[in-house]
Design a protein around this ligand. Structure first.
Ligand code: NAG
Ligand code: NAG
Ligand code: NAG
Length: 249
């Protein structure tokens, strides 16, 4: 009864907040929740997570409250002389490196995420050999990615991601390995938005968290404090990403 009441109250306050929102409210960098995705490009569960779940960050607008860190290395292994062996073979090593090059070449999330989403959509559809079609679909120049890959710089980026992945505490056990606010989600990773909403610090009620509110309360974790009215602003580029993604889907 009490939780039903507080849920109703929270929804009411959310509604009041959304009505009273000031247009110039903005979220500060320091309150963003870190979301780290350790993955490898050809693992089916990874492409499934990116295509069906990670994309919800953009659908809900919660991306404005998140620092998303993509680490395309996964279960690859380091051998002697810094050789890298990938779980799904050389094609995976190539695509891991290409995605690493994309992240460095186009550092803004709204620039590299559509590319990675495109490649992983093809993986999801078992059409990854067509990955280069993503350049044309998204109007991207492939030259810098090719240079990054062919010069060996991409390999250096993969070695950096290898170090980052191998330094995980606790170590990753499988992929996708999703870490929210420093905590691994283990097998509950598809539910990552609930963890994001829960980790988001108290003074704000995130609009996009509406549908995750009940999940949080049912999990018996600390409820967000719906007292202050502040909104994580819809990222200006969200619309662009979404329209880019839907235009070729
Ligand atoms: C929330 O606040 C706690 C305590 O100040 C801090 O340790 C934590 O990192 C904060 N989380 C986020 C996502 O800002
Ligand atoms: C590692 O590299 C060194 C120097 O290039 C080479 O002499 C050695 O044979 C390599 N070791 C292996 C296991 O490939
Ligand atoms: C692609 O980028 C390269 C390097 O920046 C540049 O020289 C080339 O003209 C670009 N190609 C197109 C079609 O824009």
């Amino acid at each position: 009864m009490a939780s039903k009441y507080s849920s109703l109250l929270a929804h009411l306050l959310l509604f009041v907040c959304s009505v009273l929102l000031l247009p110039n409210s903005s979220s500060s960098e320091s309150t963003k929740v870190s979301v780290d995705l350790y993955y490898e490009t050809l693992c089916p569960d990874c492409s499934d997570f990116i295509v069906k779940h990670l994309i919800k960050l953009f659908d809900t607008g919660l991306i404005s409250a998140v620092d998303l860190n993509l680490v395309p290395y996964g279960n690859a292994r380091l051998g002697t002389n810094d050789t890298i062996t990938c779980q799904h073979g050389p094609s995976e090593c190539l695509l891991n490196t290409v995605e690493a090059c994309a992240i460095e070449t186009w550092p803004a999330l709204n620039d590299h995420f559509p590319f990675i989403y495109c490649v992983e959509s093809l993986v999801y559809e078992h059409k990854y050999p067509q990955w280069e079609s993503c350049y044309e679909k998204l109007g991207l120049n492939s030259t810098l990615i090719a240079e990054c890959y062919n010069s060996g710089h991409g390999k250096e980026l993969e070695l950096k991601y290898a170090a980052e992945t191998n330094a995980l505490q606790p170590p990753h056990q499988y992929v996708p390995w999703v870490v929210v606010d420093g905590q691994p989600l283990y097998e509950d990773y598809e539910n990552f938005l609930s963890y994001v909403c829960n980790a988001y610090n108290g003074t704000a009620m995130l609009k996009g968290c509406n549908e995750y509110l009940n999940t949080i309360q049912m999990a018996g974790e600390k409820p967000n404090d719906p007292v202050a009215c502040k909104e994580g602003k819809m990222p200006a580029l969200f619309g662009r990403i979404r329209s880019t993604l839907t235009s070729w889907m």
